[in-house]
Write a protein that binds this ligand. Structure first.
Ligand code: FAD
Ligand code: 2HG
Ligand code: ZN
Length: 529
């Protein structure tokens, strides 16, 4: 066993044995759901959204043989998907909670094809759902009824990269991990990173304004996206694919598309300002006794690590236990602790990086902020430690999960987890045996951004539990002036709760913008507003 002695006489464990034990978590990709086309399609067990929720189909047109013939005239045969087995992936969301019944998925390769598709759909009043990697967590990426899915996966080319400015221009359907790998080969990184990077598209990221694991360091996509190319509902192509950092000529309309979740247009290209690749990266995984200590550690980390801190993620004990169970691995620090924090530091100077982190950890131990910890000694250990954090959504979602993605002022943030847990116990729905529908309520997330993921993991979905959770959770958030969606968006799941975070005037303005961009409402209906 290797121990890193600190001057205080206490130790941070850099236990390679312990870390090796976790190596089955290696690799940062989560398990991607795939469906295969077979002659006897798999019968989905996911309930149809239209049967499970009170929603009525709006009077859109229905797909005809002429429509199919038109799509086949502008797209290759393989890009007009009608096979039931193939459709299933596009109809069901990642959580396996929402399911539509689209009969058609279109996979354009060019912006011009997207334009022709939308022009036709608008004229024929056919509703559509833009879809990226289908990793969204609010039911926004799948149809509710029979909307046509426009999947961007064939638009997957890097268009240009300027090594001097670090500005990348790429098709919207480029997978985030591919964009990042391309950039790394060129000395840069994508400014966003998240657990679904192996499947989500950069266009989907922009459409959801995804936050991810390093927002703390690189800021939101509202700052790093420099321009977009999009196709409006009537087929008009708008292009602001700027390679300029500064441009004050008129309204900054691209901002409207960032986070618009496919309701204002289909994003076909993005221009992004990318930071240089850090050459020195360290990760520390720490155990803490309370949420108060987490906050104190965060304040210290901001002061002590300042410019080199690139992530500050927090997990409660139940989150990590779920990953341990799911992966059948021992906990990363051997024992169970109430809270864990993952801190990443990155810079261009490994000596400076390590010195600063070590000094910070020594001081954290002296001040009794942390109980135990481990530092990754190499790239593999670093990935393993990250995997404990990134695996939580997958581990939580094995049976079904209610997800709340909240922004709340830090001092009150974890309170929502304790209150929800107590409420579910009080109502006799949370417990250890099969009799209880709820397995547990737990919290983790991007504490450095004031963003917590409250997950309620289920043995089976249960409407009575849903009634205990909603609108209770939203009311709780409103009383502390938080946001009901810090990063995942509104989609289908949160549409009717937007009033908890936006006032009437704002909602009216959003509706009038939607009306302006998409007068017939063909873009991603039943969602967002
Ligand atoms: P999809 O899921 O396909 O679509 C999401 C929404 O965007 C839909 O409303 C869709 O209509 C719209 N859309 C997609 N592409 C386009 C386009 N080209 N033009 C217009 N509209 C479009 N999110 C975070 O913010 N932070 C995280 O840390 C994070 N971690 C995750 C970890 C896991 C394991 C999973 C499963 C999800 C995670 N997510 C996270 C949520 C999700 O990955 C992000 O929201 C992601 O940005 C969605 O990208 P996508 O390509 O999969 O989009
Ligand atoms: C994360 O931070 C994602 O891991 C997913 O935003 C959160 O699944 C969740 O609730
Ligand atoms: Zn998140």
């Amino acid at each position: 066993m290797m121990k890193r002695a600190l001057s205080t006489g206490r130790v941070i464990f850099a236990n390679s044995v312990r870390l090796r034990a976790a190596s089955a978590l290696n690799g940062r990709k989560f398990a991607v759901r795939t469906f295969q086309s077979t002659t006897a399609p798999r019968v989905s067990t996911v309930k149809l959204t239209r049967e499970n929720y009170p929603v009525e189909r709006l009077p859109y047109g229905t797909l005809s043989a002429e429509d199919i013939a038109f799509f086949k005239s502008i797209l290759p045969e393989s890009a007009v998907v009608q096979d039931e087995g193939d459709l299933e992936f596009h109809n069901e969301d990642w959580m396996r909670k929402y399911r539509g019944s689209s009969k058609l998925v279109l996979k354009p390769k060019t912006t011009d094809q997207v334009s022709k598709i939308l022009k036709h759909c608008n004229e024929k009043n056919l509703a559509v759902v833009p879809q990226g990697g289908n990793t969204g967590l609010v039911g926004g990426s799948v149809p509710v009824f029979d909307e046509i899915v426009i999947c961007l996966s064939n638009m997957n080319q890097i268009r240009s990269f300027d090594k001097v400015s670090g500005i990348l221009v790429a098709d919207a359907g480029v997978i985030l991990e591919n964009a990042d790998m391309y950039l790394r080969d060129n000395g840069y990184i994508f400014p966003l990173d998240l657990g679904a990077k192996g499947s989500c598209h950069i266009g989907g990221n922009v459409a959801t304004n995804a936050g991810g694991l390093r927002l703390l360091r690189y800021g939101s996509l509202h700052g790093t996206v420099l321009g977009i190319e999009a196709v409006l509902a009537d087929g008009t192509i708008v292009n602001s694919l700027s390679s300029l950092r500064k441009d004050n000529t008129g309204y900054d309309l691209k901002q409207l598309f960032i986070g618009s979740e496919g309701t204002l247009g289909v994003i076909t290209g993005v221009s992004v300002l990318c930071p240089p690749k850090p050459t020195a990266v360290n990760v520390a995984f720490l155990a803490l006794e309370s949420y108060e200590k987490v906050q104190e550690l965060f304040v210290d980390a901001r002061a002590g690590l300042s410019e080199i801190m690139s992530a500050f993620e927090c997990m409660d004990t139940r989150s990590l236990n779920l990953v341990a169970e799911h992966t059948n691995q021992p906990l990363p620090l051997g024992e169970e602790y109430p809270f864990y924090v993952l801190i990443e530091t990155s810079s261009s100077d490994s000596e400076h990086n390590s010195e600063k982190l070590n000094a910070f950890l020594e001081s954290a131990m002296e001040k009794e902020r942390i109980l135990d910890g481990t530092i990754a000694m190499d790239e593999t250990q670093l990935k393993n430690l990250w995997a404990w954090r990134e695996m939580i959504p997958e581990a939580a979602g094995r049976h079904g999960v209610y997800k709340y993605d909240v922004s709340i002022p830090l001092p009150k943030l974890y309170g929502i987890v304790s209150d929800v847990q107590a409420r579910l116990k009080e109502h006799g729905v949370l417990g250890d045996t099969e009799d209880f529908p709820v397995i547990d309520a737990f919290g983790y997330g991007h504490i450095g951004d004031g963003n917590l993921h409250l997950n309620v993991s289920m043995r089976r979905y249960d409407k009575n539990v849903e009634k205990l959770l909603e609108p209770y959770v939203y009311e709780w958030i409103k009383t502390v002036e938080g946001s009901i969606s810090a990063e995942h968006g509104l989609g289908f799941a949160k549409k009717k709760y937007v009033c908890y975070s936006k006032d009437e005037g704002m909602i009216k303005l959003m509706k009038s913008l939607k009306q302006h961009f998409d007068p017939k409402g063909i873009l991603n209906p039943y969602k967002y507003l």
